[in-house]
Write a protein that binds this ligand. Structure first.
Ligand code: SF4
Ligand code: SF4
Length: 220
């Protein structure tokens, strides 16, 4: 029948209208900001830098490789690499960011920086109440503001953070196995070299022939 869809829609609207007065479950709006809906694990807003341990700066996983800076479509990441190096989570010497800034006013929350990072260093945060009257300075965040703990990462994205920890543990195990194999190979090579070198003893080394005396010069 023509118009049946419209009638059904109106009935549903009427049910919802009346239902909101009688059934709390049917209320689709909340009194924000006094009330807040819990954020889902899939929520993504702006990037942050993950650190391990208690010291946000010493524990930063970022190695300043600058891949995220190159890949960010609107170019809102700015990194300056350190001059010195420090030991990373795999026990390898790495650079760290002397400067790491993101301009949130330009960031489009595409998450490409997260996807290209090889060190599990940059992740998407769920914080969204960032409005400020300072259009430029207020949304230009530095590494101190960007640094958030792995605990925070586990709170906002538990499944993803657990997978990230697992990937890092795997990398650590691989690095440890490689370091062990290198040490063993070096020890083996040193032992083989020592075995191949003859021991100096009078019996074992027959007397070498004396070099011939220099011939007298022929008169011209
Ligand atoms: S989320 Fe996208 S736009 Fe924002 S910093 Fe990362 S790569 Fe750049
Ligand atoms: S966040 Fe990741 S991709 Fe970006 S510089 Fe640091 S280690 Fe490299």
């Amino acid at each position: 029948m023509i118009g049946i869809g419209i009638v059904k829609g109106l009935v549903q609207t009427a049910k919802n209208l009346i239902g909101t007065y009688t059934d709390k479950e049917r209320l689709v709006t909340i009194e924000y900001p006094e009330e807040r809906q819990p954020l889902t694990e899939a929520t993504r807003q702006f990037p942050f830098l993950v650190y391990d341990g208690d010291d946000p700066m010493k524990g930063l996983r970022c190695t300043a490789c600058q891949i995220c800076e190159k890949e960010c479509p609107p170019k809102c990441i700015y990194i300056v690499k350190s001059k010195d190096k420090r030991v990373d989570y795999k026990g390898q010497n790495q650079f760290y960011p002397a400067i790491y800034d993101i301009d949130y006013s330009v960031c489009m929350s595409c998450q490409i920086c997260v996807e290209v990072c090889p060190f599990e260093s940059i992740k998407m945060d769920t914080a969204f109440e960032l409005s400020t009257a300072d259009r430029f300075g207020g949304l230009l965040v530095n590494k101190h503001q960007l640094a958030k703990s792995n605990t925070h990462y586990h709170q906002i994205h538990p499944t993803e953070a657990a997978a990230s920890d697992e990937a890092m543990n795997l990398e650590r195990a691989k690095a440890a196995a490689k370091a062990k194999a290198d040490v063993e190979a070096k020890a083996k090579a040193a032992a083989a070299k020592a075995a191949a070198t003859p021991t100096a003893s009078p019996e074992a080394s027959p007397e070498l022939p004396k070099p011939a005396a220099a011939l007298p010069k022929m008169p011209m």
